[in-house]
Write a protein that binds this ligand. Structure first.
Ligand code: ATP
Ligand code: MG
Length: 707
């Protein structure tokens, strides 16, 4: 696009398609926009345009989105455009927040004196309902039941229709469908509490709002007089329940602008459906339909890969895909790398991140994205080892997750029992499995999202045990627990300015300069339960949603994009995994010889003791750079000086001391007394960030001792 050629006729900073959406006359407008094409920009500019031309007053506009963050972003942009500085403002809210406000206002008119309270945590009520039906009231089972009730309500499925609908849709139900239906019915009953009034959950807010407008003419008239113009962002995520509210808001009017990308539908399991977006021009035959295809976020290289990923999609949603056209200057080609095992993959990613940081990419502009949260463990470990700070978005770090803490507590309890024989080697792994089994480590992957996450985390814990046994055949339960707590302690505490670790779901709508898509194997992306097995057919719709997850992942990257996978979980493990089927035809050279195109294949050599030269086993030994049994050549005075300095520094920066350096790192420095930068970064736990922040201080302390 030539900016000069168009700027005379178009509002500044908009391309011709965006302009068409912005200046379309009042009435239905549908913007089918691919990733990074500037949807929010277009939608906010359209609101500004309608107000500017006097078509509506700011207070008559209701703009809805799906997250509070997105609503805040929209309000910010509108303020930036100088909208609604005085008088009633444009309402930019989530569906739920808008309904809550309206219901508070209309409740006395519609229901009268019966009081109500918002039930923002439904756990206790669902748990009581599950207990009545004889289902487990364990945390994860109840959470899965609660999610299932949310899905049913969002999909406008009543308790009496639940079992039939779930069967028809082949839903992955958390328990017997008839029982789930009874829990759902029981939950609805428990919320009505006689004179104490009623409890309304978030979905009830929407249901009651829609009913108030549908059944009470006076309420509908008052509301429709107040709000004249509606805008919905991320419209592919709308649920049937939200659509019903939107229809109730509109009545027989059609002043509606929607923006969405059906190929980014990744929340179907919550009831979201792109159906309304795809049917928009059928519902509103006069609609102005605009397609945005210019991608302002990513380099042409990233955009080309994104187009190829989604180009292989099948089905109705795929038929609506747009060919994105990259608008940014050229950048590096995305890379693909296959590794023998996950630790090698994680190590290579951490090395690549170290190089990016050294080349000036800020840590907050780098992300590692994966399919399920249990995948974070191996990357947390590698980043810690390389001294790179990180934050886990939309979830907790591995060792702080409830099931992992419970698992370690159970292992500790088992270690305290005298009736268990000393168990080492492969028997130890069997023991660990047996101890974790009651916490949800079944042989088969269970149904239900929460139960599956729990299962995956516990499986990761067993894999850690396997890894330890592979390194040290004589390790027992006590030794394993020591290793686990060392690993947990060595982890960086949460930081704001770190590399982001996030699931693909949590990455939606966000963008980074550099993105690493990891663990791309069949069974992880696409996830195992959509693939089917001897007893069930593959879930083709589920597989397509998994493909869209990869598309969402690819389109988060502005410039650097690295895709990788590992053939085995553990070092030396059986290489039984296969690269994700979605990568077929995308990897530049697929001949077996050059298959491992790893840009920096890490040496598989285990670090050796600097004193005796034997390979190092365990986290402490690796951090210290010597066997724990080898004599320490520690400079006690240097260690004291380093501790003193760490205390002062941590006070000054207002962070806990271990954020500056862990005890193991300080000990390693006091033993090795590095006098130049190269020697300092060679110590595990010291990466480029720590080197630039503390390097000078530490080196001057060491040089003082070395003289
Ligand atoms: P997603 O589908 O991933 O949510 P999106 O369509 O919402 O993406 P935005 O995040 O709104 O895309 O825009 C992507 C980037 O492109 C933003 O940084 C935005 O400011 C920029 N952008 C949008 N339109 C233009 C334009 N006409 N000229 C220059 N930059 C633009
Ligand atoms: Mg967006």
């Amino acid at each position: 696009m030539s900016v000069d050629a168009t700027s005379a006729v178009e509002p500044a900073g908009l391309d011709p398609e965006q302009t068409a959406a912005v200046v379309a006359p009042r009435g239905p407008v549908c913007v089918l926009a691919g990733a990074g094409t500037g949807k929010t920009r277009t939608i906010t500019r359209r609101i500004a345009h309608l107000i500017d031309r006097g078509h509506v007053a700011p207070g008559q506009v209701l703009a809805v989105t799906f997250t509070a963050r997105a609503a805040g972003e929209m309000r910010g942009r509108l303020r930036g455009l100088g909208i609604g500085a005085t008088g009633p403002q444009v309402q930019a809210r989530t569906f739920h927040a808008a309904a809550l406000r309206q219901l508070r206002y209309f409740w006395p008119q519609v229901v009268g004196d019966t009081p109500w309270q918002l039930l923002d945590r439904k756990f206790a009520v669902v748990s009581a309902a599950a207990g009545r039906v004889g289902l487990s009231t364990e945390r994860d089972s109840v959470r899965d039941l609660a999610s299932e009730i949310e899905w049913a309500k969002a999909s406008l499925v009543a308790p009496e229709d639940y079992a039939r609908t779930a069967a028809k849709l082949h839903r992955d139900v958390p328990a017997d469908a008839e029982k789930v239906a009874r829990v759902y019915a029981g939950y609805e009953q428990l919320k009505v509490r006689g004179d104490e009034g009623m409890l309304l959950d978030f979905d009830d807010l929407l249901l009651h709002t829609a009913a108030a407008l549908e059944e009470h003419t006076a309420v509908a008239e008052e509301f429709r007089d107040r709000y004249r113009c509606f805008v919905v962002d991320e419209y592919q995520d709308v649920t049937p329940l939200q659509q019903r509210v939107l229809d109730a808001w509109l009545g027989d009017r059609d002043d509606l602008t929607v923006v969405g990308d059906a190929n980014q539908t990744i929340y179907s399991f919550t009831g979201a459906t792109p159906r309304y977006l795809l049917d928009f021009s059928r519902t509103y035959p006069d609609a102005t339909v605009v397609r945005l295809e210019r991608d302002y976020r990513s380099t042409p290289q990233v955009v080309s890969l994104a187009n190829r990923v989604i180009g292989a999609a099948r089905g109705r949603i795929a038929g609506t895909r747009l060919q994105l056209v990259g608008q940014r200057p050229d950048g590096p080609e995305p890379t693909f790398a296959e590794y023998d095992d996950e630790p090698a993959e994680a190590d290579a990613v951490a090395r690549a991140i170290t190089r990016l940081l050294a080349s000036g990419v800020p840590a907050s502009e780098i992300a590692i994205l994966y399919r399920i949260n249990a995948q974070s463990e191996v990357h947390e470990e590698a980043l810690t080892r390389h001294g790179i700070a990180y934050q886990v978005r939309g979830g907790e770090g591995f060792f702080t997750r409830a099931e992992v803490r419970q698992g370690i507590a159970a292992l500790r309890q088992a270690a305290g029992r005298d009736d268990l024989p000393d168990t080492v080697g492969p028997d130890l792994v069997t023991l660990v499995r047996a101890v974790l089994a009651p916490l949800g480590l079944s042989d088969e992957e269970p149904a239900g999202t929460q139960a599956r996450e729990r299962w995956a985390s516990l499986t990761a814990l067993v894999q850690l045990a396997e890894e330890q046994v592979a390194q040290n055949e004589t390790i027992g339960l006590d030794g394993l627990l020591r290793e686990l707590s060392l690993r947990a302690e060595a982890r960086h505490p949460p930081v704001v300015e770190g590399v982001t670790l996030a699931s693909l779901h949590a990455a939606k709508g966000l963008e980074w300069d550099a993105v690493f898509l990891v663990g791309l194997t069949d069974g992880t992306l696409p996830i195992a339960h959509v693939l089917g097995d001897s007893s069930s057919a593959p879930d083709t719709a589920g597989i397509e949603e998994e493909r869209r997850l990869l598309y969402v992942g690819v389109t988060r990257a502005r410039v650097h994009l690295e895709l990788s996978w590992a053939l085995a979980r553990n070092e030396g493990g059986r290489r039984s995994r296969r690269r994700s089927r979605f990568l077929h035809g995308l990897v530049p050279d697929e001949s077996p010889a050059s298959r491992i195109a790893a840009p920096a294949k890490p040496s598989k050599k285990r670090p050796r003791c600097r004193l005796c030269g034997k390979p190092l086993i365990g986290t402490t030994a690796t951090m210290l750079g010597r066997c724990e049994s080898c004599p320490a050549d520690l400079d006690v005075e240097l260690l004291d000086a380093l501790r003193e300095w760490r205390l002062l520094t941590s006070r000054e920066l207002k962070v806990p001391a271990y954020v500056v350096f862990s005890d193991n790192t300080l000990t390693a420095i006091a033993e090795q007394c590095p006098v130049d930068e190269a020697a300092l970064v060679a110590i595990p736990g010291i990466g480029p960030k720590k080197l630039s922040t503390y390097g000078e201080d530490v080196l001057s302390l060491c040089r003082g001792r070395a003289r």
